[in-house]
Design a protein around this ligand. Structure first.
Ligand SMILES: CC(C)(COP(=O)(O)OP(=O)(O)OC[C@H]1O[C@@H](n2cnc3c(N)ncnc32)[C@H](O)[C@@H]1OP(=O)(O)O)[C@@H](O)C(=O)NCCC(=O)NCCS
Length: 176
């Protein structure tokens, strides 16, 4: 599969997007994209750098003209390595609506499937419709079931925080 994809933006703009595993050098930019999103929980810069070091194989970056414009950070569940759990996904505001987030999730599933991943999970707050639609769209495109379950209630958190619901993108049948 080609490492890059050409997206056609509205009007006459065409953008060429490369998708790749993050490296430690991406950590600072991932922190910046998360911070700029004004939606995500912004974790310490250290956590993004560490993630790019330790969880690179279950994460992905979208790059335009050599600059990261989106990312997915994920990990394989310790209790079930056949599930990739998405921690955060974000696309720079200027590049939204071009299918970049969906493509990152597809590419991540394509890559991790080669080492045994069959399902993707994530948590989403009830007010984040964009994220719910994103994961629903990826599930539908891949023929995966899409299910919501309660996970963390608001009172699980020590600060003012929305609940985080668990969303599961699962095949019909799991091999034993
Ligand atoms: C959510 C986010 C990652 C989507 O990125 P994106 O590259 O614009 O998404 P895509 O273009 O790949 O869209 C994928 C699907 O989601 C839908 N979608 C994307 N943004 C949407 C929005 N604001 N409202 C409704 N649906 C939306 C698209 O219509 C598309 O669905 P379709 O395939 O059925 O047409 C981006 O808006 C973002 O970074 N938001 C801030 C961070 C965030 O909320 N992250 C998720 C929680 S971890």
């Amino acid at each position: 599969m080609s490492p890059s994809q050409t997206s056609t933006a509205p009007a006459t703009t065409t953008i060429s997007v490369d998708y790749r595993q993050p490296t430690v050098d991406d950590g600072a930019r991932l922190w910046e994209i998360a911070s700029d999103s004004k939606v995500l929980d912004v974790n310490s810069s250290y956590s993004y750098v560490l993630w790019c070091h330790d969880f690179s194989t279950s994460s992905i970056v979208a790059e335009v003209d050599g600059r990261a414009v989106g990312f997915v950070t994920g990990y394989r569940r310790q209790t079930d390595p056949s599930t990739v759990m998405v921690w955060q996904v974000a696309v720079d505001d200027a590049y939204r609506g071009h299918g970049i987030a969906a493509t990152m999730l597809h590419r991540l599933l394509d890559r991790t499937q080669r080492s045994g991943v069959v399902a993707m999970h994530t948590t989403i707050s009830p007010d984040n419709v964009a994220s719910q639609r994103l994961f629903a769209s990826v599930a539908a495109a891949r023929g995966l079931n899409f299910e919501r379950r309660d996970l963390f209630a608001a009172d699980s958190f020590p600060d003012a925080h929305e609940p985080e619901d668990l969303y599961l993108l699962e095949p019909d049948i799991r091999e034993p």
